[in-house]
Design a protein. Structure first.
Lengths: 274, 327
């Protein structure tokens, strides 16, 4: 278990680091609560004033849809598809990759751990306030309790795999960033794509029915949408083994791809500047 | 076997070129021209355990590239390199566990947290045992006198303080080999002296092999006996600093203030003369003519008020050497 010590060390460092900027934490907290609320209002308006059968055909009722919005705001700390570790990004752009390579760690797993650690740190800090505000709001704007205890457990485990998968997705983004001549273009495209397809803008179940089968199977649903379905009860806990297996498969594919790409790009890496 | 052996290492970089200006940018979008730059051109040398080697050369000569190859960050195009019996870029993880690096222009400490937190993370990353860590931390903080800084976030340290912390960070895991890339850049005189003393001590007492790249010739003069000079990717000199000095500082000069008027155009034994307002500068070579003689001749020819004999500084010598090697 020789890798465990560095991992725990990195995790500890990030927990300390996230405690460093309290004002930034408060700012992000308020933004998230405000954003979640606006989003919830939009959903309520659509459900109330849209066609009468709007919710029925999608298999998601108004309570579930609003809860989904809040869960996204909470889980985004764990799976922020939109944000990559600022520190690693700076390192790549300023050529500090050189120093990172002077550490006796595999660079891919080093960064994987760092990403995971920094997200976990923020998640721990921000979940309680966001969750409690969301639960205390009046109907129909509030976050409903989980469908059942088993649902909660399934959602939690599935989210954990989604969390690791999201770190693997970001791992590929880091490798893309290392190809500095490409600039930010490919990265931005990939981020928008993951945001759409992970359901962080709109629950995937509210998309047209003909797209559902594709949306369910594509890798980014495993990040966020599928774990949240367990919580809401739109997926039964009995479906967990199958979903978890699919999530794990995607995770292995992404980790393997990222690792191989990283090895390839390290061979051709040029650290510029003195 | 030597600690470091480089044999015929070559590395070529491609740099994209496009004509400047808007028109150039438009043309560049369709036609890419690239130029090949030979950063390292058949570099070979070997370094023994315990040596402290100065590695100098003008900007862009290939110093950092060599250090990157030796630390396993950069894969060369051809040639072989063995450091502590390993090929750095092939067994990178095992290799870097035994080296330390200090980059004067980059930081390996975490910006936002106290220095001690960074040290503890390095302890975990390098898997240093608790007792070893305590002992080394105590030793190093003692010598460098940074005990009072450990609780301060890095962003609040001055450059000199930060540099001392960087040194501790690079030595915590007890590396056999330390690469120092312009460690004294931007430091004030006191910090520079402290840093040099420290490096000397670590090198002599603990036998850590060091390779020092710098533009500060005083660093080289106080620390290194052996110097390597690189220019345009080629190794131009590898040997003792004294040898380099002998080769490139043959001239000495006498700067004399005149008490009265004097019109001197030639002085036997002197290389050349320079007449200033009320000053005369005489250049001579000590191996050809004794200082005593030349001063006597000068005093006989002119009324002198004051007189100084100057040696060329190492800075001047290096500048001259770069010029002569047409770097």
């Amino acid at each position: 278990m020789s890798w465990l010590r560095p991992c725990l060390g990195i995790l500890r460092m990030h927990l300390r680091n996230s405690l460093q900027y309290r004002l930034a934490a408060w700012a992000q907290l308020t933004t998230n609560i405000f954003w979640g609320f606006v989003h919830a209002v939009i959903i309520v308006v659509f459900y109330r004033y849209g066609k009468q059968n709007a919710g029925v055909s999608s298999g998601m009722n108004i309570t579930q849809a609003v809860s989904y919005i809040w869960l996204v705001q909470i889980a985004l700390y764990l799976i922020p598809t939109f944000s990559i570790d600022r520190e690693i990004r700076n390192k790549i752009q300023q050529g500090d990759v050189g120093i990172e390579l002077c550490r006796p760690l595999d660079l891919y797993f080093h960064w994987f751990t760092r990403t995971a650690a920094s997200r976990f740190g923020r998640f721990l800090l921000q979940v309680p306030p966001v969750a409690s505000v969301a639960m205390l709001l009046p109907e129909p704007y509030r976050l409903a309790p989980p469908a059942s205890l088993l649902s909660l457990l399934a959602a939690f485990c599935s989210l954990l795999i989604g969390f690791l998968l999201s770190c693997a997705v970001v791992g590929i983004i880091y490798v893309l960033l290392m190809q500095i001549r490409w600039g930010d273009g490919p990265v931005i495209m990939l981020t928008v794509l993951t945001d759409m397809l992970s359901g962080s803008y709109l629950p995937l179940q509210l998309w047209p029915a003909w797209a559902q089968r594709f949306l369910y199977a594509q890798p980014f649903a495993s990040l966020l949408d599928l774990p949240l379905r367990f919580y809401l009860g739109t997926l039964a806990p009995s479906a967990f083994p199958g979903v978890a297996l699919m999530q794990l498969a995607w995770m292995i594919i992404f980790v393997a791809t990222g690792w191989l790409l990283m090895q390839r790009s390290l061979k051709r890496l040029v650290v510029q500047g003195g | 076997m030597s600690l470091i052996v480089l044999n015929e290492i070559c590395k070529t970089f491609k740099t994209a070129e496009r004509p400047p200006g808007l028109f150039g940018a438009m043309r560049g979008a369709f036609m890419r021209q690239s130029k090949e730059v030979k950063a390292l051109d058949r570099i070979s040398f070997s370094i023994e355990e315990g040596e402290l080697v100065g590695y100098i050369g003008p900007n862009g000569a290939g110093k950092s590239t060599t250090v990157k190859v030796m630390s396993g960050i950069l894969v060369p195009d051809s040639g072989s390199c063995q450091v502590m019996g390993r090929v750095p870029w092939q067994q990178r993880v095992a290799h870097v566990a035994q080296i330390g690096v200090v980059f004067g222009q980059r930081s390996q400490l975490w910006w936002d947290v106290p220095v001690l937190d960074s040290f503890e993370l390095l302890r975990d990353i390098y898997r240093i045992s608790a007792s070893d860590y305590q002992k080394r931390l105590c030793d190093l903080t003692d010598i460098l006198d940074i005990g009072g800084l450990l609780a301060t976030p890095v962003r609040q340290l001055s450059l000199g303080q930060r540099m001392r912390c960087e040194l501790v960070a690079s030595l915590l895991h007890n590396p056999r080999l330390l690469f120092l890339d312009e460690p004294t850049i931007g430091l004030d005189a006191v910090s520079k002296l402290a840093l040099r003393d420290f490096l000397k001590e670590i090198n002599q007492k603990h036998g850590v092999t060091m390779i020092l790249t710098t533009h500060d010739m005083a660093d080289i003069e106080t620390l290194c006996q052996r110097v390597m000079v690189i220019g345009h990717g080629r190794l131009l000199y590898d040997g003792l600093l004294d040898g380099l000095k002998r080769q490139y500082t043959p001239e000495r000069r006498i700067r004399a203030k005149l008490a009265g008027s004097c019109s001197l155009t030639e002085l036997p034994g002197a290389e050349r003369l320079e007449m200033l307002e009320n000053e005369i500068v005489v250049y001579f070579r000590p191996e050809q003519v004794q200082a005593q003689e030349i001063i006597a001749r000068l005093a006989a020819a002119c009324p002198l008020q004051d007189l100084v004999v100057e040696n060329q500084s190492v800075e001047e010598m290096i500048a001259r050497m770069y010029r002569e090697m047409s770097l």
